[in-house]
Design a protein around this ligand. Structure first.
Ligand code: PLP
Length: 379
């Protein structure tokens, strides 16, 4: 065999290898007869994560996507022109913008309302409602929405319909929406599931075989599958999910207590852990300070040294952001005002650093902001 040929064709038979860590199937295609066929359709690295995530949510099938937004896009493709979708008004800014624009473009009626208010649910849900879509706890403000109640309302109004829950913040360790009757659970795996701010992928989980087949088919034809390496990294990160989440819970509880007792803190937003729908919670909280002006809020953010600034969150490292300018940038000022989101709200994503170090850093940054405020008042 000439070098030109052996360089291409020579391989060892690795079928007898038995690695401890799963290999990365960094291949676009599989040989004829292999059930995987083509990595746009599926890949062993996807299936490994899908089986794990389906089991965690007590679902029957999970479909892995290139991002959380790709999973949302696949779910929206389940709708037809003339359908109606009800969306909770407190929702990730890109989800708000995408659902709103997509539905307007394709003749789907979209109604935004507060699904934590039974009266608004009563008024919004009718027999044209094909889908109800919400996060619980919500981003921002971490309000809880009663999944069972929403499912019952839709079933009694229509007899069918699809309830979709974005469970990114609770994760399937602390909340399992399918057990409360939801039809599809969505995740941005780019958050706690990956946990290291290094990959972007998303997942949809369901118990409904027909929906799973439609979502998988959408991924195949739209080409919204992840890269095998991202799926492999995700699988590796999931090995530490339980340990990380428990640590997030502990740190969040300590930091929340510190903030609540601080004289310059007006309100700390955390979800209600009822032990039935939501069994535990940690990682992300929102806070409003009693500062006189927005410059003091900016000063607090700028003077934190253990919190990354930017879009990172739900990661091993702590982060700070002002949702008005970041996660909800896609919404207009009027849309943000309607849901009560203003420039003063601060989001803290508490990582795995020592809680006392984080508290000390927060205290120092608050003291800086207070000093700045006093200086400004004296001038
Ligand atoms: N859902 C929630 C709750 C999110 O916060 C995000 C992103 O921040 C998404 C979905 C979108 O996920 P991705 O960034 O993986 O596309």
């Amino acid at each position: 065999m000439k070098p030109e040929t052996s360089l291409i064709r020579q391989k060892i038979d690795f079928r007898n290898a038995d690695p401890i860590a799963s290999p990365i199937f960094q291949t676009s295609a599989f040989r004829t007869g292999d059930p995987y066929f083509y990595s746009r359709k599926s890949n062993p690295n996807f299936v490994e994560v899908e089986e794990l995530l389906a089991a965690l949510d007590v679902g029957s099938r999970a479909v892995l996507f290139s991002s959380g937004m790709a999973a949302i896009s696949a779910v929206l493709h389940l709708l037809r022109p003339g359908d109606k979708i009800i969306v909770n008004e407190l929702i990730y800014g890109c989800s708000y913008r995408f659902i709103s624009d997509y539905c307007t473009q394709f003749g789907i009626q979209v109604v935004f309302c507060d699904l934590s208010d039974p009266l608004q649910v009563e008024n919004a849900v009718d027999n044209c409602t094909a889908m109800i879509f919400f996060e619980t706890p919500t981003n921002p403000f971490l309000k809880s929405i009663d999944i069972k109640c929403i499912v019952e309302k839709l079933r009694s109004a229509r007899g069918g319909g699809i309830v979709v829950v974005d469970n990114t913040w609770a994760t399937s360790l602390f909340q399992r929406p399918l057990l409360h009757g939801a039809d599809v659970v969505l995740y941005s795996n780019s958050k706690f599931f990956s946990g290291h701010s290094d990959i972007i992928t998303g997942t949809a989980v369901t118990r409904n075989t027909e929906l799973a087949t439609r979502l998988e088919s959408h991924r195949f034809y739209a080409g919204s599958q992840p890269d095998p390496f991202a799926a492999w990294l995700l699988r590796r990160s999931l090995q530490t999910l339980a340990v990380r989440m428990n640590r997030h819970v502990e740190t969040t509880s300590k930091v929340a207590q510190y903030l609540r007792e601080h004289s310059r803190v007006e309100k700390v937003y955390l979800p209600r852990v009822d032990g039935v729908q939501l069994t535990s919670y940690g990682g992300l909280l929102f806070v409003r300070f009693g500062f006189q002006d927005l410059e003091s809020v900016a000063s607090f953010v700028d003077n934190l040294s253990l919190f990354d600034r930017g879009t990172a969150m739900a990661s091993v490292s702590s982060a700070v952001a002002r949702p008005y300018f970041g996660s909800h940038l896609s919404m207009s000022p009027e849309e943000k005002a309607r849901v009560g989101l203003d420039e003063s709200l601060v989001r803290l994503s508490l990582g795995l650093e020592d809680a006392d170090d984080l508290i000390e850093d927060l205290g120092r940054a608050i003291a800086f902001a207070v000093a700045r405020e006093r200086l400004a008042a004296a001038e």
